[in-house]
Write a protein that binds this ligand. Sequence first.
Ligand SMILES: Cc1ncc(COP(=O)(O)O)c(C=O)c1O
Length: 428
Amino acid sequence: MLYQRSSALFKEAQNVIPGGVNSPVRAFKAVGGTPIFAKSAEGAYVFDEDGNRFIDYINSWGPMLLGHAFPPVVNAVIEKAKAGTSFGMPTALETEIAQLAVSMVPNIDKIRFVNSGTEACMSAIRLARGYTKKDKIIKFAGCYHGHSDSFLIAAGSGAVTFGTPNSPGVTQGTAKDTLLAKYNNLDSVEELITANDNEIAAIIVEPVAGNMGCIPPADGFLEGLRNLCDTHNILLIFDEVMTGFRLAKGGVQELKGIAADIVCFGKVIGGGLPVGAFASRNEIMNYLAPEGPVYQAGTLSGNPLAMAAGLAMLKTIQTDKGLMNRLDEKTKYLHKGIADALNKNNVDHTINRIGSMISVHFAKEPVVDFESATKGNNETFKIFFHGMLDRGIYIAPSAFETWFITDALSYQDLNETITAVEEIAKEL
Ligand SMILES: Cc1ncc(COP(=O)(O)O)c(C=O)c1O
């Protein structure tokens, strides 16, 4: 495939945008080569500036659960835009999407809309600290909760891809309030709680991790966190920015039957427009301004175009009863196809999958936490990535990311993908 125009555009972009991109992982630094400049997308495909077509497994890093340019979302945005793009005043639409979200997600009474997953998680911990009147939080190594200061401590996703899980610019004062536990390891959490008696406001966790590749919670892990939080008066925050409205209409809380105290959303909830949200029961949400003392605000929060896109998305997820099952079946099919191809060629690998999230780790041992995720063979991943790209298959340009399956993928697309893996596996 030729990437001439992408290459020229990348050079031009680097003069005026740091690294040529507005979010680091897009730059292909971990895998080398030229980032693909997108021109348009439809259904399961993204088209680049050189006219190449790719089967897309990134899907804007998660939002496009129903495929690109999903007509109900596009039409809702077009219609809304004609009536004004932002007011900075409350709208009926915000209440409508809030009512729908509250009806779909267990254990929440109220929801506040923001503009990104980062904002949602950042606001959720401020709320937890204000509510509990405690300062410290526990996060898990390899989990990513956006780029706000408190979370750039052993962070996953792009932070680990570029070897800066602890970013310069985060003050020691902030860092000391973020305690680090190991994913799927309750003992590590208990030790921190014991050592910081009555100082911990919240435990924030990706209830299915997606930012060190996909890592599902071990049996009993989420239940164990719930119990520890109940025993020690700590709030449990589920960061469902990736998993919300994706793994079930009510997210992991519904899938696993575990109640969180605060839930964060992003990605799917905005249908591809910039939306995040955090939600909880009344007693906690009423701590937020203007009702309560914890401040949180946004000029464009609840933006009508974003709310229209989100509403169209959530309505489809709510009404399409077969959706989650179809996604699950497609992901299982892909899993089996890839596993067979790699096994046939004796390529060491571990595939983790849950619902419509899947990742291929080039590691022999089970991948259950950050440490085991980093044992994957990055050189193999690079060959795999470029082999896929050259065959028109676009997966995330980092071994620490999840593939997102969309409903727009046909079985022909999946077969094309499996054939590509069969070919590349012979070279690995
Ligand atoms: C679990 C999780 N939380 C938070 C975020 C941050 O969201 P955003 O990139 O919209 O700020 C991400 C982004 O990938 C995420 O995966």
